[in-house]
Design a binder for this molecule. Structure first.
Ligand SMILES: Nc1nc2c(ncn2[C@@H]2O[C@H](COP(=O)(O)OP(=O)(O)OP(=O)(O)O)[C@@H](O)[C@H]2O)c(=O)[nH]1
Ligand SMILES: [Mg+2]
Length: 285
């Protein structure tokens, strides 16, 4: 899941009751657990004390927010050789009831993903006042760097430059899991792909490689909104890679933005699209 939208329209959750016990020493059916799925990065607090009950910052984490009541015991449980049919029993107890505040704690609105050297840090430095280290070798960025992007209309959003992903990241290759954990805690992804003449490999294969890693790590993560950005447009040569990637995106119904962080080409269009999408998502929440 990417948002808490389901909880917005469904505010009260109540697990089903267990069944009644019956004659012949029969145990009633246990009540079923009610499981409420939430996105990674969800923080759960007690509404009265504001204490944090859980910080679900990893995939698959669980917390028991309210325990079910203890089931009752029928009179046969209290039978003894001298008191064979006791006239008392122990009633079941009601389950817990709590008011909770459930919030999504994000690292940033946007996460920049892509292979090492794709130009993520360069793009961040072009659109914000952040100054991440930039170099022509892979794995320049070792941990996320945040930058605030300010638009002309006073709107702003936070972009996280996430260290380069490589094949095997879901198994922990590179800085693997750590990177992917950060990717989970954003609302939307920009997938950067080098379309320059000198860039490594085929742009479409590179795109599939990274999304494949993300899917292997967490199926839900590939469903996060993603736009494709072709980087280094200024050195795209005859534009062969650019065209291939663009056609692929069109065929697969994905937004594609060719940009150059060096000349500024395409950046404005990219930012206004991103800001529009973020607004739309906030509206939904
Ligand atoms: N000509 C040109 N070069 C670019 C552009 N964007 C990035 N580069 C160059 O590409 C190289 C890699 O850029 P980075 O921004 O460090 O790449 P990165 O994706 O952050 O790489 P990692 O941190 O290693 O994952 C640097 O030498 C940049 O100068 C661009 O728009 N035009
Ligand atoms: Mg970098």
């Amino acid at each position: 899941m990417n948002t808490l939208i389901d909880l917005r329209y469904h505010r009260e959750y109540r697990a089903r009751k267990g069944g009644h016990g019956m004659g012949k020493k029969m145990h009633g059916k246990n009540g079923e657990d009610l499981v409420i799925p939430v996105p990674v990065g969800t923080v759960i607090r007690d509404a009265d004390t504001k204490d944090v009950i859980a910080d679900l910052d990893g995939n698959g984490m669980e917390v028991i927010a309210a325990r079910g009541g203890r089931g009752g015991l029928g009179n046969s449980h209290f039978a003894t050789p001298v008191r064979q049919a006791p006239r008392f029993a122990q009633p079941g107890e009601p389950g817990e009831e709590h008011s909770l505040i459930i919030e999504l704690k994000l690292l940033a609105d946007i996460g920049l993903i892509g292979l090492p050297n794709a130009g993520k840090s360069t793009l961040l430095s072009a659109i914000s006042s952040a100054r991440p280290k930039i170099a022509e070798y892979p794995f320049t960025t070792l941990r996320p760097v945040l930058g605030v992007v300010k638009l002309e209309d006073y709107r702003s959003f936070v972009v996280a430059d996430i260290p380069g992903l490589i094949e095997g990241a879901h198994r922990g290759v590179g800085l693997g899991f750590q990177f992917l954990r950060h990717v989970e805690r954003t609302s939307m992804l920009l997938h950067l792909i080098d379309v320059s003449e000198t860039g490594q490999g085929d742009p479409v294969e590179n795109f599939k490689k990274i999304n494949g890693e993300i899917a292997l790590y967490n199926q839900e993560l590939v469903r996060k909104p993603q736009s494709v950005v072709g980087t280094k447009l200024d050195i795209a040569g005859n534009g062969e890679k650019l065209d291939r990637l663009e056609q692929y995106c069109t065929r697969n119904n994905m937004d594609f933005f060719p940009v150059s962080a060096a000349t500024g080409a395409g950046i404005k269009r990219l930012l206004s699209s991103v800001s529009g999408k973020l607004e739309a998502m906030k509206g939904k929440l």
